[in-house]
Design a protein around this ligand. Structure first.
Ligand code: GDP
Length: 302
């Protein structure tokens, strides 16, 4: 239900336009593909991904000798899933450690929904019976620590913090010590998302990672980049930049409920080869869902 209502905008605009297109045309010609191209671009599927998709569709039409535009409905849906999966069985599972502590680092610029996502995930892990701890590693932005504490209180998990302006690596050190002492299962770490100064950001993230790695070999187990879906191609640019400064293992795409441009999921996967692991569909605790390409695309067109 949450899933359905969260994607209303993308469904109303993107999916309905496709439905309307296949119903309106009598034959599959260049005009048909041009209109489809526009719809896909409008849904932020991304130029390169749209081109790949249109090529695939044209080949499929030839291969199967499809005449009726109405038959294209299913073909388009299938190809959208296929282009996301990109020939490989992408799993969106997190690298949760069966024994011992799992450390997840969150990166992303301010305002994208990083704190909210950490809170939602903490809630999810807690409901699974896991012992969760948060690390207030964004010591740069005023209010970031307080904001994380608000979520900590809401969800009922402890936040390890130091004062504003303190060294994030020192916070991580404390947090890992605390996690070990409390036998925590999962440690979710906030970081400062300063993209304006890439060299500093890289240094800061490297230092934080070094401390984590030294305390727990193999950690951090995930580096999740949080992106705001409503910012469209801006989110793509951020993803490219973060990919340059750190090893991103997955993406959390927030605020999909606030946009009709849900096609960005496909662009991110196809152009950056980073899996989307979660989608945010609202501001509440349970408004985070694991991303499943089939469920997503079929859900849009159902
Ligand atoms: P941060 O600066 O990256 O930590 O961003 P916040 O977590 O403070 O989120 C910024 C704003 O976006 C807040 O008002 C959140 O409630 C809102 N937000 C976060 N995720 C979602 C989402 O999935 N959907 C909607 N509609 N709002 C969201």
């Amino acid at each position: 239900e949450k899933f359905r209502s969260g994607l209303t905008k993308t469904r109303d605009v993107f999916a309905n336009k496709v439905n309307n297109l296949v119903a309106r045309y009598r034959k599959i010609d260049e005009d048909f593909f041009e209109e489809l191209e526009e719809i896909l671009i409008g849904a932020d599927v991304g130029f390169q991904t749209v081109m790949d998709l249109i090529d695939e569709l044209k080949m499929e039409v030839k291969r199967k000798n499809i005449q009726d535009p109405k038959e294209m409905q299913d073909v388009i849906v299938e190809k959208l899933v296929e282009i996301y999966e990109n020939g490989d069985e992408q799993t969106n599972d997190l690298a949760i450690q069966p024994d011992g502590l799992t450390v997840i680092l969150f990166v992303g610029v301010n305002g994208v929904g990083k704190t909210t996502t950490i809170g939602k995930l903490a809630h999810q892990f807690k409901s699974e019976g896991k012992n969760v701890l948060l690390a207030a590693g964004d010591t740069f932005r005023a209010g970031a620590i307080d904001q994380l504490e608000v979520w900590g209180d809401r969800v009922g998990v402890e936040v390890i913090k130091q004062g504003e302006g303190s060294d994030p690596a020192a916070v991580m050190y404390d947090a890992i010590r605390a996690a070990k002492a409390r036998n925590a299962d999962v440690l979710l770490c906030d970081t400062a998302g300063r993209l304006q100064n890439k060299v500093n950001l890289m240094k800061e993230l490297e230092k934080v990672k070094r401390v984590i790695e030294r305390e727990i070999p193999g950690a951090p187990h995930e580096v999740l980049l949080v992106l705001d879906a409503t910012t469209g191609q801006n989110a793509m640019t951020q993803a490219k930049q973060f990919k340059e400064v750190t090893n991103v293992t997955g993406i959390v795409l927030t605020k999909l409920d606030g946009t009709a441009k849900g096609g960005i999921v496909l662009a991110i996967r196809n152009e950056l080869q980073i899996p989307v692991k979660f989608i945010g569909l609202g501001e509440q605790m349970d408004d985070l869902q694991p991303f499943d390409p089939e469920k997503y695309v079929y859900g849009l067109f159902a």
